[in-house]
Structures are given as C-alpha cells and as structure tokens.
Design a protein around this ligand. Structure first.
Ligand code: ADP
Ligand code: ADP
Length: 231
C-alpha cells in the first residue's frame, strides 16, 4: 500500500500540492484527472521522489518517510526500484535496440544474467505487440510503438507500482488507442497502477479509483461511477 498524509509542495508562491491525503491500493488502477496546472504531475513525481514535498508523510509498505526531514538515499532508491515510471515523451535510449532498451536496467541494476533478461524482454515485447521489433532502433518506430517499448522497459524492472504521466498526450489518436489498449490490459491483470490522463473516456473505463485535483487540492476521490454520474 502506498499512502500520502498531509502532503504539501510549494513552488515559490504556488501551492502545487495542498494538504494531500490519499491512499493508492495495490492491484488497482487509480486515475488522476484535473485541469492543467492542478498538480497532477507534481503528485505523481512526489510518489516517485522525483519531487520532494516540504511536509507530510509518505508510506510505502513498511517505509515511512517524513518529507519535513532529510530522506535517506537508501529509501529513495528502494522506492525508485519499486515504482516504474512511463513519461509523456517515451525517453528511450536512442543508441540501443528495442531489445536492449528493455534489458539494460535488469542487467545493470537488478544484475540479471543477459540470457534471463533477454528472455523476459522478449516476453514483454510480445505482450505489448512488438515481438517483431526487437532488433530495430527507437527512431524506426512510431510514437505509439516507442511508448509501448517504454512500458515493456518499465515492466522489466518488476516494479510494485506502475506510474504513467500523460502517457498518450504526445500521440495522434490512432496511436493513442494502441497504447491505451496495453494499459487497459495491464489494469485488467490487476497490476498496481497510477495514471495521469486527460482522456475521460479512458479514465472511466479503466479506473478503480478516481482523484480529481484542482489548484493542488483533491476535490474528489472515490469510485468512478459516482464521479462520472454526478451533475
Ligand atoms: P499538472 O500536472 O496538473 O499540469 P503540475 O503538477 O505540472 O500540474 O503543476 C502544478 C503547479 O505547480 C503549476 O502551477 C505549475 O506551474 C507549478 N510548477 C510545477 N513545477 C514547477 C517548478 N519546477 N517550478 C515552479 N513551479 C512549478
Ligand atoms: P538520479 O536521479 O539520482 O541521478 P538515476 O536517475 O540515475 O538517479 O536513477 C534513479 C533510479 O532509477 C535509481 O534508483 C535506479 O535504481 C533506477 N535506475 C537506474 N538506472 C536505470 C535504468 N537504466 N532504467 C531504469 N531504472 C534505472
């Protein structure tokens, strides 16, 4: 379980996160929605410790972090290991093949053998529909294909939670659909996921829990049915 209590993040005058209290259950998909600038990305990046809030508590299983104190590097690494992040702009390694993009971190960070990492990577590439692209380089792929490689790469680290920060906002609609299908499948397989998206139809279809942010505050958190049927 992953949980935030009374979390505040301030940029200058701007209260980007204002007293955030929320839990992200395991094996469920939480979707974060809200207007541009409402704090969605800051919230996700705080969970990955890419941002450091000024105050509040963060619980990740047995790890308990007090943001008002210095966070030990060891705990940051532990949390990064267990949270796979997929960004808006794919961020693949351009000089590595698709297969090596997926095997790089398992080999060098998790110390898997190249044979084991390759076998896992091939399975993951098949899962995202890209088995035949393993030897290509990222520049030969469409944006949607690149994003699916990024998802396979994140999954290869076997993270406990998967975070997606507007994973389709750089894509044309037809390419967006193929990425959303992969996300929907991962959700149906009961992965633990947190997704920031502007696509309300997708949010409605995939979410177990919806969070609506505005001006750094949670105005709604709960089941999607209530959120989408309220007047
Ligand atoms: P969203 O993801 O919902 O668009 P963000 O989390 O990116 O919102 O931003 C929330 C608020 O914090 C915005 O007002 C934004 O301008 C501000 N903000 C985000 N990052 C920074 C930063 N590095 N420095 C200053 N202000 C920032
Ligand atoms: P920093 O932001 O402190 O420079 P890095 O971005 O290098 O740290 O790494 C952040 C975390 O991501 C580390 O905890 C590490 O476990 C993990 N990591 C390092 N290299 C990779 C990689 N190639 N792919 C995925 N995760 C990685």
């Amino acid at each position: 379980m992953l949980q935030l209590e009374h979390v505040n993040k301030i940029y200058g005058e701007r209260h980007a996160l204002n007293d955030i209290n929320i839990a992200f259950p395991e094996h469920k998909t939480t979707v974060i929605v809200g207007p541009s600038g409402s704090g969605k990305s800051t919230l996700l990046r705080s969970l990955n410790l890419l941002e450091r809030p000024e105050s509040g508590l963060y619980h990740f299983d047995d790890l308990n972090i007090d943001f008002s104190k210095t966070v030990p590097e060891k705990e940051i690494l532990q949390i990064r290991r267990q949270t796979g992040m997929v960004f808006q702009n794919f961020n693949l390694f351009p000089h590595l093949s698709v297969l090596r993009n997926v095997t790089e971190a398992p080999i060098h960070v998790l110390k898997q053998s190249p044979a084991a990492a390759t076998s896992t990577a091939k399975g993951l590439l098949a899962q995202v529909g890209l088995a035949e692209k393993a030897d290509q380089f990222p520049t030969a792929l469409s944006g949607g294909q690149q994003q699916r490689v990024a998802i396979a790469r994140a999954l290869a680290m076997k993270p406990k939670y998967m975070f997606f920060d507007e994973p389709t906002s750089a894509l044309d609609p037809e390419l967006e659909a193929e990425v959303l299908r992969v996300l929907l499948k991962l959700a149906q397989e009961h992965n633990s996921m947190i997704v920031v998206t502007h696509n309300m139809e997708f949010a409605r279809g995939v979410a177990d829990q919806i969070i609506f942010l505005e001006d750094g505050e949670i105005l709604y958190s709960g089941d999607p049915q209530t959120f989408f049927t309220e007047p």
